[in-house]
Design a protein around this ligand. Structure first.
Ligand code: ADP
Ligand code: MG
Length: 230
């Protein structure tokens, strides 16, 4: 049995109002898995992802990622944890509009104290691999949604994260761009990247995930391997 990369143990997240966003979720994800978290709007998907990313704290339970008790990290330790171990991709890209594409991608490395030349080489390599190399010195506002999401993926991979987290990464893209991002995530998983992906998009889940976790009202309603004909 491999040591899990992510381990959630009886994790709940309650707000003052309403039922718990997550209700005693226990879940273990091994290195190299690609897991799609599915479920209706409001079922707790983003809450789950944010807890794994250390962007939020559980009301009860423990979150362990890559040996780190994420639920116990303070603000600066949690920022360091994300920088070193987590790549994050969001629905609306979250790129900085007044930095060039290359500078956006290099930012995580700079924050981690990587030498500029090293960061530049890696940014160039990543942007090339992801098919947006020619836009390196452009500003994100000039790019299409699909191109911006590729840049966001490059930024997420900059510090070679143990874990790539994506929350509705195709949610703001047209079908063709969504399929590009789908292929990209599938290739990353084939190269060994551990991925947890929140999505409404069943096609995306079935193509890049090896396992689907369905949430309903903050609980795991189903957890199954994706059958694949190869
Ligand atoms: P999903 O990503 O599956 O759509 P979320 O994880 O965003 O769902 O939300 C789960 C539940 O928690 C929802 O009912 C939502 O209204 C509630 N929730 C999320 N964030 C907050 C908040 N900051 N304050 C109060 N309730 C929240
Ligand atoms: Mg959400």
């Amino acid at each position: 049995m491999t040591v899990p990369l992510i381990e959630l143990c009886a994790v709940s997240r309650r707000y003052d109002e309403g039922p718990p966003a997550l209700n005693e979720v226990t879940l273990s994800i091994a290195p190299g898995e690609s897991v799609a978290v599915l479920g209706p709007s409001g079922s707790g998907k983003s809450t789950l992802l944010n807890l794994v990313a250390g962007l939020d704290r559980p009301s009860a339970g423990t979150v362990t990622v890559d040996g780190v008790r994420v639920d116990q990290l303070g603000e600066s330790a949690s920022a360091r944890y994300r920088r070193a171990r987590i790549g994050l991709v969001f629905q609306f890209f979250n790129l900085l509009d007044d930095l060039t594409v290359a500078d956006n991608v290099m930012l995580p490395a700079q924050l981690a104290g990587t030498a500029r030349g090293t960061a530049q080489r890696r940014a160039t390599e990543l942007l090339g691999t992801l098919g947006v190399g020619r836009h390196a010195s452009a500003y994100p506002g000039r790019l299409s949604g699909g191109e911006r999401q590729r840049v966001a993926v490059a930024r997420a991979l900059m510090n070679r994260p143990a874990l790539l987290l994506a929350d509705e990464p195709t949610g703001a893209l047209d079908t063709a761009a969504g399929e590009d991002v789908q292929r990209l995530l599938t290739d990353l998983h084939a190269d060994g990247q551990t991925i947890v992906l929140v999505t409404h998009d069943l096609a995306l889940a079935e193509s890049c995930a090896t396992r689907t976790v369905h949430l309903l009202d903050g609980r795991v309603a189903a957890d199954s391997a994706v059958a694949r004909v190869r």
